[in-house]
Write a protein that binds this ligand. Structure first.
Ligand code: 26M
Length: 820
């Protein structure tokens, strides 16, 4: 029989209330009457953390006893979103906590709203890593996420006069109650200098790396709780600090201040996250960041491995390490260095262990995004690693020459080193050679990967290539983001869907049920009204929850074509101007997303969105039938209020360019219909929900390639389509720029001249498809049926499914249950 609950572990409302007051007093030093929002947030977070730590310790004990194969997810980015609500959900104490706080006259939602999220990623790639951590814990898979504890994450976005202005992220300002600093878990990381090759007393060739600089990485651990299970896994992020090297001893007698300054400089390594499509800036620091976190992570894995007592050649039997894009790929050379130089394994043994440890996920085909390091830079920062890369490459190419004796061009293409000056190290090649599996993140993307950028590798190792279509966690993006819909689903289906999303299929039978449809629309309307209220309170936007919410939320990039969406908006505007009495359904077109600070065209697109909004929203002729809103500072928290409010999800990238997309999944899972191209995971979403329940338009990936190859002339399309011409002319003529015809010139010139992303080629199909959207919207029963069928058939896009596939096909790991 359960005894009285412990204040630090009990889950009842009464114990939670007591623990909260204790923490308010003993951690924050406050009593309720003078506590601030932050005091309450911190006190509640520590209350929850206590309960996590308890399970965390038990998880580690279970793993220690059973010594299971462990997944190490290596990622330079994580975007977990606010922790508090998610942890309450995982622990199953949302209601008890709400009750405990109500007893104190406090509102849980107000406290949740106070949290500053860790923005330690740019977008899809970092958010995917966070969804994967959630699913790994929920599926009870032993796993560690390794990454960097950036002091400044992705910048905060302000909009001034319609332009994006970046301000620095200060997520650590109030302290971070979710992390535990582990000063005892720290590793030295060396860089620069030169190598010496010497023969030791046994006649064995040994390499000494005489480094030039030394840093230290200190572990900061964040617990990751599985949903509805006892498992709590670990997100371990490294912070760079100074190593107390010789600086503070004999070599710096008298230069105390100089030594401190060098210490401070060490900390710059983990200071700031790079915005991803920032061309070329700060290359050296970026390489340092990557090497820094990879070296700490591998040293940590070797330390853990040593506690198992197994021989080092079995390293790969203990760990499966996933390279999240090429950012951590220096790990291939670093593990070889650690095994050969530091632990004395011979090359072949070490290579065997290395190849069986790593697998590589590619997340983009964009040529400008494929990482390659200038050889002189690489040599300067990592001289020993360059030797190792050369040795890996020499052995690999020797093999390839046997296979293709008369094809030197192919050998040059395969090489890890791009030998045509200026020379580069090609990280995707190192990842492909140094691991046992290569995967794309959607079926189309995987096919294109094997036929374009990694074709030569596909030719030699077709079996190494796999598809692992992305997925999203239904806990954060349905249960937390959309509690009304979640309750409706649970009422209809029971609560099994939260851990087995395929069970949503049970909704199919309710798609035409008028009473269910009514409740469905009500749930949607509540989220739309909540978003409208947020935007009113935030920016003073007045939008009508009854209008069609048409939303595009994602990073701003030309290939994602926010400006194609705008061409449609301007077309609707022109139509209403010419026929003010036209009977068109009211639409609110919302945009959200950040542009990389150095990406001028993306920033101009943000300006154009706001410029169009200013004119459209003020025009009395629109009579509230068209509104345009830019939602500033799009992040995970904002996203959670955006997805549930959408009626229409814009997934309109040029076919062949979006590796997968994951926002597409989050929208559809929340009952939005998609207007989209056959790109990324859209292809599979459309197959899953049924072609009748998806608004498809535009060229497919093969047609896009052929269109460009056939001498694409966008200007001819502009001349031929009067609506297109009118829309472009209005932008070009300065109608949205107070008459300034120069402002949007770069954008218009690009569209009429090169139009690399084929906007004009897809314009007519897009606008006609939007007309079909409007027709469907006029019939609420039809629209709601389509929305219900979308949700019913989205089960496949759970990150639980994705992770189960990685576990089975790439990692060869199984659950290790932690008992309650
Ligand atoms: C870098 C320099 C210049 C221009 C672009 C880049 C760049 C672009 C994309 C760098 C990295 C990029 O990819 C990383 C990434 O976030 N990829 C996204 O990964 C998601 C998860 O798999 C996918 O859903 C997205 O489609 C994909 O864009």
């Amino acid at each position: 029989p359960p005894g009285p609950e412990h204040t630090r572990t009990g889950l009842s409302a009464e114990t939670l209330r007591q623990a909260f007051l204790d923490n308010l007093f003993y951690i924050q030093g406050r009593f309720p009457e003078i506590a601030t929002d932050d005091d309450r947030y911190q006190a509640l977070s520590y209350t929850v953390r206590d309960r996590l730590l308890h399970r965390w310790v038990r998880t580690i004990q279970a793993y220690k006893e059973r010594d299971p194969r462990t997944v190490c997810y290596l990622s330079a980015e994580y975007l977990p979103g606010p922790h508090l609500a998610n942890n309450l959900l995982s622990l199953g104490i949302v209601d008890a906590t709400r009750e405990a706080l109500r007893g104190l006259g406090l509102d849980l939602d107000a406290i949740l709203d106070h949290e500053e999220e860790p923005g330690l990623g740019n977008g899809g790639l970092g958010r995917l890593a966070a969804c994967f951590m959630d699913s790994l814990a929920t599926l009870e898979i032993p796993a560690i996420g390794y990454g960097i504890r950036y002091e400044y994450g992705i910048f905060d976005q302000k909009i001034q006069d319609g332009w994006q202005v970046e301000t620095s992220d200060t997520w650590l300002h109030y302290g971070n109650p979710w992390e535990v600093r582990r000063p005892g878990i720290c590793y030295d990381v060396r860089i620069g200098g030169r190598t010496e090759h010497v023969t030791d007393e046994h006649g064995r060739l040994r390499v000494h790396w005489r480094h030039a600089d030394l840093f230290r990485g200190v572990a900061y651990d964040t617990p990751v709780a599985g949903y509805g299970v006892e498992t709590v896994n670990l997100l371990r992020l490294w912070r760079a600090e100074a190593a107390e090297d010789f600086d503070f001893t004999v070599f710096n007698q008298g230069d105390y201040v100089g030594a401190v300054m060098r210490k401070v400089r060490s900390e710059t390594i983990s200071k700031v996250l790079y915005p991803n499509d920032e061309a070329d800036s700060g290359k050296r620091l970026r390489l340092l960041q990557q090497y820094f976190f990879v070296s700490c992570s591998l040293q940590d894995m070797l330390r853990i491995f040593a506690t198992t007592g197994r021989p080092l050649a079995e390293f790969h039997a203990k760990f499966a390490a996933q390279l999240n894009d090429t950012h951590p790929t220096i790990a291939v050379a670093e593990l070889m260095r650690l095994l050969v130089d530091e632990h004395g394994l011979d090359w072949d043994e070490a290579w065997q262990a290395t190849r069986h440890t790593f697998a590589y996920t590619n997340h983009t085909l964009l040529p400008e995004a494929l990482e390659k390091w200038p050889l002189p830079l690489f040599a300067d920062v990592l001289p020993r690693h360059l030797e190792i890369v050369y040795e890996i490459n020499r052995r690999f190419l020797d093999d390839m020459r046997l296979r293709y004796p008369d094809d030197p061009a192919r050998i040059a293409r395969l090489s890890i080193i791009d030998e045509t000056p200026p020379k580069y190290v090609r990280m995707a090649h190192l990842a492909s050679v140094g691991g046992h599996a290569i995967n794309g993140v959607a079926a189309l993307h995987t096919r294109l990967l094997g036929t374009t950028v990694l074709k030569d590798f596909h030719d030699i190792w077709p079996d190494k290539f796999q598809n692992k279509t992305n997925g999203v966690t239904p806990r954060r993006f349905l249960m937390l983001a959309n509690p009304g819909l979640a309750d409706l689903l649970t009422e209809a289906l029971g609560d099994g869907w939260t851990r087995d999303l395929e069970r949503l299929r049970g909704l199919e039978g309710l798609a035409d049920d008028p009473a269910f449809q009514d409740r469905w629309r009500q749930a949607k309307l509540i989220r739309k009204a909540a978003l409208a209220e947020r935007l009113r309170a935030g920016q003073g936007n007045a939008i009508d929850p009854a209008s069609l919410f048409d939303i595009q939320a994602k990073r701003i990039h030309e290939y994602k074509r926010q400006h194609l969406n705008l061409l449609h908006v301007v077309t609707l505007y022109n139509r209403l101007k010419h026929a003010p009495d036209a009977d068109v359904p009211a639409r609110t077109v919302l945009f959200g997303g950040k542009a990389a600070p150095g990406y001028a065209m993306a920033k101009l697109i943000i300006k154009l969105i706001n410029a169009v909004a200013e004119v459209v929203n003020r025009d009395p002729d629109m009579r509230d039938r068209l509104k345009v809103v830019f939602v500033p500072d799009y992040n995970v928290k904002v996203a959670q209020s955006v997805y549930p409010a959408a009626d229409l999800s814009e997934q309109i990238s040029t076919a062949g360019m979006e590796a997968s997309g994951t926002g597409n999944m989050k929208f559809s899972l929340n009952g939005a219909l998609t207007i989209g191209t056959l790109d990324g995971a859209n292809v599979e979403i459309r197959e899953a929900v049924g072609p009748d329940n998806f608004f498809l338009f535009g060229l497919d990936a093969d047609e896009a390639v052929r269109t460009r190859a056939a001498g694409y002339r966008p200007y001819a399309l502009y001349e031929r389509d009067p609506e297109l011409r009118a829309a472009v002319d209005l932008i070009a003529g300065g109608h949205f720029a107070h008459g300034d015809a120069g402002l949007f010139r770069p954008l218009v010139d690009h569209l009429l001249g090169r139009d690399d992303y084929l906007l004009l080629a897809d314009y007519r199909a897009y606008v006609d498809c939007q007309d079909r959207v409007a027709d469907a919207w006029r019939d609420p029963a039809r629209w709601t049926r389509m929305a219900i069928l979308n949700v019913a058939r989205m089960g496949r896009f759970s990150s639980d499914r994705a992770i189960a596939e990685y576990c089975r096909d790439i990692w060869n790991v199984a659950p290790a249950r932690v008992d309650g």
